[in-house]
Design a protein around this ligand. Structure first.
Ligand code: G1P
Ligand code: ZN
Length: 542
């Protein structure tokens, strides 16, 4: 086995986005593309010499080949050890757990999350730091800078390693440990939740349907829900991870998890439905004839956390991304705990979690998690709900209604306009941004603006400032419209419009979401001239 140093030149556009580097799979497969990014990552963290990394991915097309390359490069860069999920598989939260549990120097996670997979779809790679969370901005900036000046990478010339057999082997001087991807994660969950109580719920006839969407949570959900907790066989559907996710979008929302939605939204549907995404960090929660918005889910988990053994002592605080509805803030206020508003992206929760300032955090984009790992965690959210249901012995719909009656209802929706010409999307954002300073006090489509700004986050832990994190327009009475460009898309630009409106009148808590939000949507359209995009309607509404 020979360590080779290969001359290379910078490749444009290797800038990590909201969650690592995501590109079309064919781009990642171009000669040197993956290698440059991996070398830049090792260089950005002061080299790989003597270090231990967790490596795994969501099993999408090119996962297997990319892992072999990463292992060869880790070995050639002097890494001491690599912990790899069997078959090259690890969900993102499971990888985060392993990074923490085995006190490693970080991990490389191969995934483009909820984006479709396949040779003509998307691939991604991200580096997580030793706390188990996504690399902070200073690290991703160093990686990007490295990709712009790279001149060589190191790689071992060797055969492919067998990753299907659990056990240890060597690659040059590096030890490769192939582990069961599920067992450490299962232990972690069993330490947080009351498995006995959930088992009793299942044996009482409570029916659950979990849609793994042909993605990574299949093996985890089978082992935990059907195995450890005794849900009937077949409770987990689409459980076998496929390189192209069966041709679908592995995105747990009403649009892409339609099979599950159809089943749950019927009078004889299961009591509980849930789905997770490509890499297992997102979740969608459903009850019979009931959809729980992710923002509401965060608020409900916060309000009911004491029912779960792992959080019985109470929460330090709660954090939500800026575009996430303010529902969780209202719970925090009542509980007398701190609440934080951070920019979009899980990496911004890391400092607050590490500092013990928050226990639970979440995003409107079907992401919720806690200090048990440093990623959002799909199955964790599902188990949290099941634990609450097992304790409260009421339906999902009743939990929602009770929550709204106590705290008011933050009607909430996100409208996505996808694959827009980049210039057009940027022009729209500039147009809104240029108006921000003059908006306060103005009436727009009947709503009075109380505050408008471009969101800047001042991290209370390390003092860092992140600017330009979305445009906020707040209206009197607790309504908001937020404009943001996606940082995870791989085609053109995606404009996200987030709208919210707070209702406290007990007689108005059961409205249709889009209908209740109509005045805010209208104001947002007037403000931004969104109709000039030439789209009749958003591509995705969640
Ligand atoms: C999207 C979500 C964001 C999430 C990210 C990674 O990012 O909106 O909340 O953290 O995916 O899962 P965006 O495309 O909006 O930049
Ligand atoms: Zn994901």
């Amino acid at each position: 086995m020979e360590i080779k140093t290969i001359a290379t030149t910078p490749i444009e556009g290797q800038k990590p986005g909201t969650s690592g580097l995501r590109k079309k799979t064919r781009v990642f497969m171009e000669p040197g593309y993956l290698e440059n990014f991996v070398q830049a990552t090792f260089d950005a963290i002061g080299g790989a010499e003597g270090k231990t990394f967790v490596i795994g991915g969501d099993g999408r097309y090119f996962n297997a080949e990319a892992i072999q390359t990463i292992l060869r490069m880790a070995a050639a860069n002097g890494a001491r050890r690599a912990i790899v999920g069997q078959g090259g598989l690890l969900s993102t939260p499971a990888a985060s757990n392993l990074i923490r549990k085995y006190k490693t120097d970080g991990g490389l996670i191969l995934s483009a999350s909820h984006n479709p997979g396949g040779i003509d779809e998307d691939f991604g790679l991200k580096f997580n730091i030793p706390n188990g969370g996504p690399a902070t901005e200073s690290v991703t900036e160093a990686i990007y800078a490295g990709t712009m000046s790279i001149s060589r990478y190191h790689i071992l010339e060797t055969r492919d390693l067998d990753l299907n057999t659990i056990g240890e082997s060597r690659l040059g001087d590096m030890v490769v440990t192939v582990i069961d991807p599920v067992s450490d994660y299962l232990d972690l969950m069993a330490g947080i939740f009351d498995f006995g109580s959930i088992r009793a719920l299942f044996s009482s006839g409570f029916r659950i349907r979990f849609d793994a969407m042909h993605a990574i949570t299949g093996p985890y959900a089978k082992a935990i829900l059907e195995g450890a907790l005794g849900a009937p066989a077949g409770s987990v559907i689409n459980a076998v991870p496929l390189p192209d996710f069966g041709g679908g979008h592995p995105d747990p929302n009403p649009t892409w998890a339609k099979q599950l939605m159809d089943e749950v939204m019927s009078s004889n549907g299961p009591d509980f439905g849930a789905a997770s995404d490509g890499d297992g960090d997102r979740n969608m929660i459903l009850g019979r004839n009931t959809y729980v918005s992710p923002s509401d889910s965060l608020a409900i988990l916060t309000a009911n956390a004491r029912l779960v053994p792992g959080y019985a002592k109470g929460l330090a605080g709660v954090a939500r991304s800026m575009p996430t509805s303010c529902a969780a803030d209202r719970v925090a206020q009542k509980l007398g705990i701190e609440s934080f508003e951070t920019p979009t992206g899980w990496k911004f929760f890391g400092n607050l979690l590490d500092a013990g300032r928050v226990t639970i955090c979440g995003e409107e984009s079907f992401g919720t998690g806690s200090d048990h790992v440093r990623e959002k965690d799909g199955l964790w959210a599902v188990l949290f709900w099941l634990n609450i249901l097992a304790e409260r012995k009421v339906s999902v719909a009743e939990i929602l209604q009770d929550h709204w009656a106590t705290y008011g209802r933050n009607y909430y929706s996100r409208h996505d306009y996808e694959a827009l010409p980049i210039d057009q999307a940027k022009a729209l954002m500039s147009r809104v941004e240029n108006r921000l300073a003059t908006l306060a006090g103005m009436r727009v489509a009947g709503l009075k603006v109380s505050m408008a700004d471009s969101f800047s986050y001042h991290d209370p832990v390390d003092g860092s400032v992140s600017r330009n994190q979305g445009l906020r327009v707040q209206f009197e009475g607790g309504a908001r419209a937020i404009f943001r460009l996606s940082g995870t898309g791989t085609e053109g630009a995606t404009l996200r419009l987030y709208v919210e409106y707070l209702e406290t009148d007990p007689g108005k808590l059961g409205q249709d979401t889009q209908a209740a939000l109509r005045p805010v949507i209208e104001a947002a359209h007037v403000l931004s001239g969104i109709d000039s995009l030439g789209r009749a309607a958003p591509d995705v509404i969640t």
